[in-house]
Design a protein around this ligand. Sequence first.
Ligand SMILES: [Fe+2]
Ligand SMILES: [Fe+2]
Length: 291
Amino acid sequence: MKEPLKPQHTPMNDIDDWEDHLLERYPDPEVSQKKKEEFRNYVDSDRLDTVKQFYRLNHTFQTYDFVCKKEEEFLKFNRREMSIWDAVTFLNTLVDDSDPDIDLDQLQHLLQTSEAIRADGHPDWFVLTGFLHDMGKVLCLFGEPQWAVVGDTFPVGCQFSDQIVYHEFFKENPDYTNQKYNHKYGIYSKNCGLNNVKMSWGHDEYLYQITKDFLPEPALYMIRYHSFYAQHREGAYSHLMNAHDHEMFEWVKKFNPYDLYSKAPIKPDAKALRPYYEGLVSKYLPEKLKF
Ligand SMILES: [Fe+2]
Ligand SMILES: [Fe+2]
């Protein structure tokens, strides 16, 4: 008999196991075949099972109503007021001790992403976006389960695309049989624009809502849609996007390789880099942000 799914269940040892799984799905085109195979051997272990279990929970419980409930709960921003550096310190209490290859904590992932962007000579707001993009994961520290913080994001309120990883698990989602939602456009209309489309709830949407008044529009698109793989990699939801979304998605696509492929065993020197990032943060963001 199948074990009943419990929403509070957190199958992955670490929330970053999801990102390792992404790397397997979308391997770095510049990494050699041998390296890819070595990596696969590592992911193929028990972790694949826990990631699969994680997706089952995500796809079962991310309904239209669930997203409305989370927006209501979190978009009041009445939990904490923090400077970005406080938020980083807070986020760093989520430490990954399960990764045998590289010992990376959250700050290091952010710095590796942003430093890779900086090394390529991109504008400072793009560098800042790399540095900020996963701050929404503080949701975990507010007691939210993994499936409501990380994972691929997708529109709710319309048909779930079969381009979404483990799409078969959507059969367990109540919206799958709800006639209001279970057709191509659902409650939306052709090319209505993503701003009118509700996405599954997680760290992307949360951080977008926190930063939306302060950053240039391409930065906001990168933050809001960086886990929307079904679109930025597979193009599965173009029918909901307008011309402006398509233009902005060029930035989302530009950002994605920095997020996925900037992991390296050499740790960035967080202490030495801090003054530069403090300057960048104060150029664009208020001293404290509401979470
Ligand atoms: Fe992310
Ligand atoms: Fe990331």
